[in-house]
Each structure stands twice: as C-alpha cells, then as structure tokens.
Design a protein around this ligand. Structure first.
Ligand SMILES: [Zn+2]
Length: 130
C-alpha cells in the first residue's frame, strides 16, 4: 500500500510580470508589496502566497517611499568601485529590505532615507531636507 502526502503548496504558481519590485503608480514609481489578508504580514515584491502563513489570500499594495537606514556597508570592487549596500526599514509596514544606497550625504545608521529611481534601478538615499 502506498501513502501519498500532499504538500501544503503543490500547485504551480502563475508567472509574475517582472522580477523587479518597482512599478509605476499614479503618484510615481513605487516598490510593490504584498499584504497577507489572513495574518497581516507585509512583504516586498509581488507574491501569490504569504511567506509567513502560506495563505493565498494576499493583496498588492504600494510600499512607502521612506524609511530608516538600519545598517550599511560598502563593497570595494576591482578598479576602486565602491557600492554602498544597506538594510532599510520601510515606514509603518514592518518590511526590512536589502537595497543599494546612494551616498548623497554621509550614511549613518538610523538616518531617514527615501526611495530613488534611476531607469529600472532603485535605491535609497538620505532623505532630502535632512
Ligand atoms: Zn499570512
């Protein structure tokens, strides 16, 4: 006798339009997020399944364009290239994301940062007016 165990998520998921979480909204380019309608967790990017409770009852939303720099580092590459990377806590949604940073002023953990867009690239930079 054979026993089959069905996985909780065993169906193929539909292709998503893009790997980038960046999308156009009436107010300008924003990062797309997904909020779980069951447990309330918010995630960055388009999801079809909640990464916390595995519910398929999820809704898309535009994520905040501002946040707080949690931590950062600078990657030193060949030829002297320096690439600042950091974790940003987005305002009010409980999302911490790894992101490229632009060092338009000296970076300090805890500082206010805002989303910037350059073509298809997105990054966070110190908030203007700080
Ligand atoms: Zn959930």
């Amino acid at each position: 006798m054979t026993t089959t165990t069905e996985a909780l998520v065993s169906e193929p998921v539909p292709d998503l339009d893009s790997d980038s979480p960046l999308a156009a909204f009436p107010e300008g380019p924003r990062l797309v997020g997904t909020r779980c309608d069951v447990c309330g967790v918010t995630m960055i990017g388009s999801r079809v399944v909640c990464s916390s409770c595995v519910s398929r009852e999820v809704s898309a939303l535009a994520l905040p364009t501002t946040g707080e720099l949690y931590s950062f580092t600078r990657l030193h590459g060949r030829g002297g290239d320096i690439r600042p990377l950091g974790y940003v806590d987005l305002d009010g949604v409980g999302v911490r994301t790894l992101t490229d940073l632009r060092e338009t002023s000296p970076l300090v953990p805890g500082m206010r940062v805002e989303l910037g867009v350059d073509g298809d690239d997105w990054f966070f930079a110190p908030a203007s007016g700080v």
